[in-house]
Ligand binder design. Sequence first.
Ligand code: ADP
Length: 407
Amino acid sequence: MTASRVLVLNSGSSSLKYQLLDMADRSRLAVGLVERIGEENSRLVHERLVDGPPPAAGDAKRETLGPIADHRAALEAVAAELAADGTGLDSPELAAIGHRVVHGGTKFTRPTVIDDEVLAEIRALIPLAPLHNPANVTGIEVARSLRADLPQVAVFDTAFHSTMPEHAARYAIDAATAEKYSVRRYGFHGTSHAYVSRAAAALLGRAPEDVNVIVLHLGNGASASAVRGGVCVETSMGLTPLEGLVMGTRSGDLDPAVVFHLARVGGLSVDEIDSLLNKKSGLLGMCGDNDMREVMRRAGEGDEAAAVAFAAYVHRLKKYIGAYTAVLGRVDAVVFTAGVGENAHQVREAAVEGLAGLGLVLDPQANAVRSARPRLISAEGARVAVAVVPTDEELEIAAQAYELVTR
Ligand code: ADP
């Protein structure tokens, strides 16, 4: 029996998301989530997705409530759920564990098998991603301790963007200071941009090398990328995921002097400003709601703050579509993905409205259709295709990890 399964782990500061995939047919065997790790009311939701041997634990979807102290306890609980389905961590069919790692710096530009040295380097990148890399490191440490013999692969959110040319990756600041403190644009959501840009080419019936696409990943975090012939040449997030589009709780682009002003005039500390811009800005900051559904509902009822927040969100998107059209020169497709991009036809309509001069025209009926499949929503004969392509970061992580360990 060849081992063809990959367990994908996405460790957050208080959560652990996981999926077990079988790369022989790219099927999903189980998905789940542990949340509120370290609290009294932790919650594990596990779902077995394909029929296997009857699971000893009963139902296909199971929820466990009660304290889970740390990431070790969380992964052990997940391992127990998988074992109950007959797909435990000790299964000979498991080929690898794939870990989502947020920041790979300039060092990691491709998926990497984790050894002590690699782990030390991921740890050394913590100052660049203090909110994300520590949890990623913990997840790796625990998984390695449970299955030391199994290849563990790190797949970096920054990697797809490492092909950005120097003039796109650099900030126009003093070069020695930038170098000393690793200040440059790295970009994030790379796994999604890679997957979606490739899937968009497939939707157009063309090879990735032959198409130029603008990908708009609009989730709670949001980012745009310009991908020329399968290679990322520009993206909207920078040193951290704060730059670029208006997001659920992040401001995206602003004049850096806003920070000085808030410190000098407002007396806010660096940590307070960090929290303000990352957690209390974007849609939430502008109107009190970060969920696009709620923002649209309120705007539809005439709520002024929600309407302005929606308009600001869409205005920023339009600016990036225009900018990336200029960066690419020729655009074959603009592609919407993630929670907002896949579901909010109103956002797609508003973002593309008025851009016929750039070749972008929607088919309103196609745009209104709800579907989980990749689909074209542009009008017949429009110069640039507009598409909706559901992202699948876990599948992409599993595919990259599997490719690496079976090469
Ligand atoms: P994350 O960045 O957390 O992975 P997702 O890609 O799952 O985010 O997107 C989550 C966001 O998608 C939610 O905050 C919500 O604003 C938005 N969303 C989900 N469903 C819809 C919908 N039907 N209409 C509009 N927005 C939606």
